[in-house]
Design a protein around this ligand. Structure first.
Ligand SMILES: [Ca+2]
Ligand SMILES: [Ca+2]
Length: 242
């Protein structure tokens, strides 16, 4: 009897000591929720231009929908379109949205369903998980998320700075992030290609490799990766170098 009790006690200790196995979010909805929670710990600032954000107050929520309020003046962000065409306050420069570094359209392309309805893509095994992958989801000022849309990253001639101090340019076909996040972006892209078998043009893959080499893993990226990897239950080998 005593032995049996000891055995049960050992099993219980083992269960308590074993780290909870983290599982990736099952889809984009779950990914957004998990990311919103996680980034309070990572540090609540937008990914592209490091604009701090916080919970919106009840008054702010009346101005526009969305729970996370961008403190734009703190990062010199200037809205390109502060007022909508209907003469209302544009919500998107004021709120955080969850941006896919590899846009959902390119994930869909990888799963051979770009021309189909998104609902149909969601029936393909693996698609949902790819869309909710936490390595690929970052907080962005809503306006940048909207303007970037599904454009690939690239180099754009000149520095138009249409968003004030925020170093981010967008043309009809490309988006240019600031230099210090280009490597971070590239390593997410390389991970998504590897993890989900996405197919990108060789010259785009070459650009991502070039960006990764020019902007190696930094301290902030390493810390962020640790927190996300813990939540995902796996690592991004392009960050760890394993
Ligand atoms: Ca630029
Ligand atoms: Ca970097």
């Amino acid at each position: 009897m005593k032995q049996a009790v000891q055995a049960i006690a050992l099993v219980l200790v083992g269960l308590l000591a074993a780290p909870a196995l983290a599982e990736p979010p099952k889809d984009f909805g779950a990914g957004k929720k998990a990311a919103a929670k996680l980034w309070w710990d990572i540090g609540p600032a937008s990914f592209y231009c490091h604009c701090p954000y916080r919970e919106a107050t009840a008054e702010e929520k009346k101005i526009r929908r969305g729970n996370l309020w961008v403190v734009g003046f703190a990062c010199g962000y200037q809205a390109q379109e502060p007022i909508t065409s209907k003469g209302k306050v544009n919500a998107r420069p004021l709120r955080i949205e969850w941006e896919h570094i590899v846009p959902a359209d390119w994930i869909a392309t990888g799963f051979n369903c770009r021309d189909k309805k998104r609902e149909e893509c969601r029936t393909i095994p693996g698609y949902d998980e790819a869309e909710g992958d936490l390595f690929n989801l970052v907080p962005a000022v809503g306006e940048l998320n909207g303007d970037r849309s599904n454009k690939l990253y690239g180099i754009i001639a000149g520095e138009d700075r249409e968003y004030g101090a925020c170093d981010f340019e967008v043309t009809g076909s490309k988006a240019e992030p600031m230099k210090s996040v280009r490597g971070d972006i590239a390593r997410v892209w390389l991970y998504m290609i590897d993890q989900y078998g996405l197919k990108m043009a060789p010259d785009y893959v070459a650009l991502m490799k070039q960006w990764s080499a020019a902007d190696p893993v930094g301290k902030i990226e390493k810390l962020r990766h640790e927190k996300i990897a813990k939540e995902m239950g796996r690592e991004n080998k392009f960050v760890t170098g394993q």
